[in-house]
Design a protein around this ligand. Sequence first.
Ligand code: ZN
Ligand code: ZN
Length: 255
Amino acid sequence: MEWRILGSFGGSSPACRMTSFLVDGTLALDAGSLTQALTVPEQERVSRIVLSHSHLDHVASIPFLVENVFADGAKTLEILLTPEVHDTVKRHLFNNDLWPDFTRIPSQLAPAVKLVQMLPRVPFAVGHLTLTPIPVNHTVPTCGFLVEEQGGGAVLFTSDTGPTQEVWEAANRCPNLRALIVEVSFPSRLQRIADLSLHLTPQTLAQELQKLSRQVPVYLYHLKPRYLEELRQELSTTPFPQPVVELQQGETYRF
Ligand SMILES: [Zn+2]
Ligand SMILES: [Zn+2]
């Protein structure tokens, strides 16, 4: 499957200070920067968004994608989310206050946006892909995703998390795992801030990778722009149990 990296933090364009991946051209995994990174024809191909959690760097482009492509109700954008994220999106985003309630516009029968609930640990199919949300350890309810292609490989995306357990067990269990996309946000000098905000530093990332019982390519995302150079320097000297490499903003990976 093809993963296009629209927003993974490690770069200098505004789009990369958010989180979004485009899988096989039509499925967005998180939606921080869809409208900044994609042309309008490319935005028109996006039919579904799967959200890992409600933080702004993962949802910020949804209102503008709806405005650009779906507002007339000619087709519907499906947003898959857990019950907790569903409540937050309804209460704080599509609330007729911050943004119009596009789950009822232009009409309740043909809305621009349909919110579809998914449950942690319950796999669901999206075309030729099966996604399993796996709870991780962040300041708001958050799921990483195991994304499996029928008859092909699998990718595991941790989303934002501090030290956690279940995703590593899922990685160890998945026979076709081709890649892990793991967060690292702050340099270890700021360990206290990372622990409070439930993110990883190179130090805690190294401990987390000890939980992996297999060798698989590990790609990093969510390097906070303010500490990018310091993080890169620390990552290059940290003894990880297996090699890690920064995900390249704007690149397309085939897994
Ligand atoms: Zn977050
Ligand atoms: Zn984030």
